[in-house]
Ligand binder design. Structure first.
Ligand code: ZN
Length: 310
C-alpha cells in the first residue's frame, strides 16, 4: 500500500514537473509520427504557390529537427510544411537531417541557411553525456565546441539562420547562441487566443499580414536578455489590448514588450525567428506560412529586408 502511494506521488510529482516545463502533451511523441491525411491536405492547400522572389541562384536549406530535451509534436508538421513549400515554390532545396555531423564546416558550407525546426536542448552533445566515461565526455565536449563554432562562423560569414518556436530553447550552456538567435526563453503563459500587432507593417516580411494585426491561438513565448529592441528588429508582438492579462507569471516584463518575431544581423549573416509553431494548425495558417517563406527567403539571401533595430 505504502509502495503504491509512493508510486502515485512520484507520478504526480513528475507530471507536475513536466507541466512546469510546458510538457502537457506526451513527451514521448516522436518526430517521425505520422500526420493524418486530412491535415497533410490542409498543409498542402495553405502553403504559398510561388516564391516571393526568384532565387538568385539555387539555394540549399538544412532543415534540422533534432531534440535533446522536450520533443514538440509539431516537428513533423514543420518538416511537411517546409517540404511542400520547397516543392511548390522552388525557392530552395531542403535537406532534412538530424545528423549533427552536418554542422562540420566542410558539410555546412554547402548550405545557404539552416532552419531550426522546434529543436530543444544541447543539440551537439549526446543525450547520455553524463553516463559516458570521462574520455568520451572529453571528446563529446570537443566536438560540441567545434560544431558550435562552425555554426557561429557559418552565420557570421554571411549565411542565414531561420528558426521557429522552440528553436530559441537550445544550446542553453552556449551564451553566444542567445546573441545569434536574439533572445533567451523564459516562459509560455498564454495558450489561448491572443492579439498580435504589426510592429513594422511596411516591412517586407510582414507583407502577408496586409497592414493589420490579427488574432492567433498558439503557445506564446516570453523572452528575456539578450532580447532587446536595440539588437533585433521586431516584426510582430503581443497586442496587450487584445490579449488576456496574466497577472503573475515567471518572466513578466514591466515593459509589456512581448515580441513574437524578429529579424537581425549576426556578423554578416541574416537571422529570422518566429515564436509561432507549437499548435498543429499553425502549419496550415496561410498568412503564417507565407511569413515563414518570406523569412526563409530573407535568411537564404534572396529577399532583401531591413534588419536595423527600431
Ligand atoms: Zn511549445
Amino acid at each position: 500500500m505504502i509502495q503504491k502511494l509512493n508510486l502515485r506521488y512520484i507520478v504526480l510529482f513528475v507530471t507536475f514537473c513536466l507541466s512546469l516545463y510546458g510538457c502537457t502533451e506526451s513527451a514521448a511523441v516522436s518526430s517521425s509520427v505520422d500526420i493524418p491525411t486530412d491535415e497533410i491536405q490542409k498543409i498542402e492547400a495553405a502553403v504559398p504557390t510561388k516564391a516571393t522572389v526568384a532565387p538568385k541562384r539555387p539555394r540549399k536549406l538544412l532543415v534540422f529537427s533534432l531534440c535533446n530535451s522536450y520533443v514538440h509534436s509539431a516537428i513533423p508538421y514543420g518538416k511537411k510544411a517546409i517540404e511542400v513549400m520547397a516543392k511548390k515554390t522552388g525557392a530552395f532545396e531542403p535537406v532534412f537531417s538530424d545528423d549533427i555531423s552536418m554542422f562540420e564546416p566542410d558539410k555546412l558550407k554547402q548550405f545557404d541557411a539552416v532552419f531550426l525546426n522546434n529543436n530543444s536542448g544541447e543539440l551537439f552533445l549526446p543525450k547520455d553525456m553524463n553516463s559516458l566515461p570521462p574520455r568520451q565526455q572529453q571528446l563529446a565536449n570537443m566536438r560540441n565546441q567545434r560544431l558550435q563554432k562552425s555554426l557561429q562562423d557559418f552565420v557570421a560569414s554571411g549565411k542565414g539562420l531561420a528558426g521557429i518556436h522552440c528553436a530559441v530553447w537550445c544550446f542553453y550552456s552556449w551564451p553566444e547562441y542567445a546573441d545569434i538567435i536574439g533572445a533567451v526563453w523564459v516562459s509560455h503563459p498564454w495558450h489561448e487566443k491572443v492579439g498580435i500587432k504589426l510592429d513594422d507593417p511596411d516591412h517586407p516580411l510582414c507583407a502577408t499580414f496586409t497592414g493589420s494585426g490579427f488574432d492567433i491561438t498558439d503557445e506564446i513565448y516570453v523572452f528575456t536578455d539578450p532580447y532587446s529592441r536595440d539588437s533585433v528588429r521586431v516584426l510582430l508582438s503581443l497586442d496587450m489590448a487584445r490579449t488576456p492579462d496574466k497577472e503573475k507569471f515567471e518572466g513578466k516584463r514591466s515593459d509589456n514588450d512581448y515580441a513574437q518575431c524578429w529579424v537581425k544581423r549576426y556578423g554578416k549573416g541574416r537571422v529570422f525567428y518566429s515564436a509561432f509553431g507549437h499548435d498543429h494548425d499553425i502549419f496550415w495558417n496561410k498568412a503564417v506560412l507565407q511569413h515563414w517563406l518570406d523569412g526563409i527567403q530573407f535568411a537564404l539571401g534572396d529577399l532583401p529586408a531591413d534588419t536595423t533595430p527600431k
